[in-house]
Design a protein around this ligand. Structure first.
Ligand code: SF4
Length: 259
């Protein structure tokens, strides 16, 4: 199995998992407070509404608790637990914004939390041991890889790149030729979704910053996405770089050996 460090710099998985668990308790505490504040309803209808509301929160949090348990077990056993996968998605999708908010309260860097989330996601994807044909794999990369001074319009057609080697787009095209995978260069979420609709991949290798990877992984769920962080030697969204070793490690994970 590919180690985490090959795909990206190490981020602690326990940070995101801890924040998820903390978020669950925060929601339960808020529900308790809510119950306490309005626990003297005057009409029967208010009583019923209150019971239904608290019941719904409790049921959801039980599902979330199983989801968090599923994430921990999957990572611990390095083995996918199929029946718990929908609950893991529920836990992540419902509590991700709460975990980010909780992190802000404790002054934890948001990018650090998102890196931890990407790490957790990659680990969950890897345990599924999914293999696809090259044509069923989409490599999605951000437009900011293109050299800012390059005059060629490559977002509508990647083949407009003249392969001068001036930026990592050349390397991406080399990867496309070498592996026979689909490659899309996206300026944002809308174009990324268009590529997913067009190529209908069974798996995605996404290259982006923490923010775009975290939102892209959640948007694409349940499509398996391995996230590879880009490198930003000149700051965000400008002449960004990629580690070909990491991108190829992610591709190699998904592609059948015979290819
Ligand atoms: S490799 Fe050269 S031609 Fe292609 S996008 Fe980069 S700078 Fe432009």
């Amino acid at each position: 199995m590919i180690s985490d460090s090959i795909l990206q710099p190490q981020a602690k998985k326990r940070l995101f998992i801890g924040l998820l668990a903390g978020s669950m308790f925060a929601v339960l505490a808020l529900a308790g407070l809510f119950y306490y504040l309005i626990s003297h309803p005057t009409t029967l209808l208010q009583q019923i509404l209150l019971i239904v509301l608290i019941g719904a929160i409790l049921v959801t949090m039980v599902a979330v608790a199983f989801g968090i348990g599923g994430i921990v077990l999957t990572i611990w056993l390095a083995k996918t637990i199929t029946p718990l996968q929908p609950l893991m998605r529920v836990a992540i999708n419902l509590l991700f914004p709460v975990a980010i908010a909780l992190g802000k309260i404790f002054k934890i860097d948001t990018d650090k939390i998102k890196r931890s989330f990407i790490e957790v996601n990659n680990q969950l994807v890897r345990t599924r041991e999914l293999k696809v044909k090259p044509t069923e794999l989409l490599v999605l990369a951000p437009h900011c890889l293109q050299k800012s001074s390059c005059p060629h319009k490559i977002t509508t057609n990647l083949n407009n790149c003249k392969r001068c080697g001036g930026c990592p787009v050349d390397k991406l095209l080399a990867i496309r030729e070498k592996w026979g995978v689909n490659v899309g260069l996206a300026t944002g979420g809308t174009l990324a979704r268009k590529y997913v609709k067009e190529y209908r991949p069974k798996a995605v290798v996404a290259i982006a910053c923490e923010r775009d990877l975290a939102s892209g992984i959640q948007d694409s769920s349940p499509l398996p996405v391995l996230g590879v962080l880009n490198e930003r030697p000149f700051g965000p969204c400008f002449n960004t770089q990629i580690s070909i070793t990491r991108v190829e490690a992610a591709i190699r994970y998904f592609i059948e050996v015979e290819y």
